[in-house]
Design a protein around this ligand. Structure first.
Ligand SMILES: [Zn+2]
Length: 305
């Protein structure tokens, strides 16, 4: 199984969740072993910002990278889409300090990247295989990765709130491109009305609306169209985790279990794993061995734009 980049450059415009202003986003193919890198198109000569867990500086509402004083915020939904499609090498140019929020899910990014199509590159795809369990916790929240032949995610949330049905607060995903696209990519971010009002008073979330988030008041979901899945909240938490975990620098082979985790704890887990080389190994799969993760065949994914 080989590395993958996109076939041709492609662009999209959305709005920034915090600024409320239009943000231009461009994707460009990259050579073997580049990894995922960001660049600020509004700052002349800005250095590339690698998608690395060690550059995550604040996790207030999203995962935000800061490198040499330059910031690219709200990277997790885009990184989740990139991980979902198995893209190894990509340059993302963005015209502001945050990735546009689009509809609050990963689906618009998936649509755009599929339009570009994919190129298989002449070098083996590298995976990070978890070889011993690693767990982090803060208060009653925890997250862990365990050895597993594939990539499985189990997530549980625990909201005491009438909008959160007790039966729909746990979800499991066997990671594959198809499962990602069908079961996860459309799950939107969510927020509570009273938090959004507080954020607005502090000049944050100015672009936030029911067009890009599920908004919940004291009793119910306010979006007239309702939820996309009965368990959309926990599916979105898995979507976030896949994006946060991709900051480890490779697709992961392991089982991720989490209880009430979020961006901060996901980042702590990644740093904890990378802090000791005995926790993991980097592996590749040659042509004769089936990879434990199923990315759709390139031709199956390519939509000529
Ligand atoms: Zn999210």
């Amino acid at each position: 199984m080989n590395q993958r980049t996109i076939k041709k450059a492609i662009a999209i415009t959305g709005i920034g969740l915090h600024s409320g202003e239009p943000v231009d986003l461009e994707f460009h193919p990259q050579p073997i072993d580049t990894g995922i890198i960001f660049e600020r198109s509004d700052i002349e000569g800005s250095a590339p910002i690698p998608a690395s867990a060690f550059l995550v500086q604040d996790t207030m509402m999203s995962s935000n990278l800061v490198f040499g004083g330059t910031r690219v915020g709200t990277v997790e939904h885009l990184l989740s889409a990139i991980a979902g499609l198995g893209i190894d090498n990509l340059l993302i140019r963005v015209s502001a300090s945050e990735i546009p929020i689009m509809d609050g899910s990963a689906s618009p990014f998936i649509g755009l990247l599929l339009q570009s199509g994919f190129c298989e590159q002449d070098a083996p795809k590298k995976f990070l295989r978890i070889v011993r369990p690693v767990r982090v916790n803060v208060d009653d929240k925890w997250a862990e990765l365990r050895p597993y032949d594939g990539f499985e995610l189990n997530f549980e949330i625990d909201f005491e709130h009438p909008a959160f049905n007790k039966d729909y607060q746990h979800a499991q995903l066997q990671f594959s491109t198809q499962n990602f696209i069908e079961q996860l990519s459309e799950a939107r971010t969510f927020g509570f009305l009273q938090d959004i009002e507080t954020l607005r008073k502090n000049n944050l979330a100015l672009g936030g609306s029911m067009d890009n988030a599920i908004v919940i008041d004291d009793t119910r979901v306010l979006n007239t169209e309702g939820l996309r899945f009965a368990d959309e909240f926990v599916r979105h938490k898995i979507l976030d985790a896949i994006g946060d975990l991709y900051l480890i620098g490779y697709p992961i082979l392991g089982r991720f279990n989490a209880y009430k985790s979020g961006h901060a704890l996901n980042n702590l887990l990644v740093r904890e794993i990378l802090s000791d080389e005995n926790n993991f190994e980097i592996v590749t799969f040659d042509d004769n061995v089936t990879s434990p993760i199923e990315y759709l065949p390139l031709k199956g994914l390519t939509v000529e734009g």
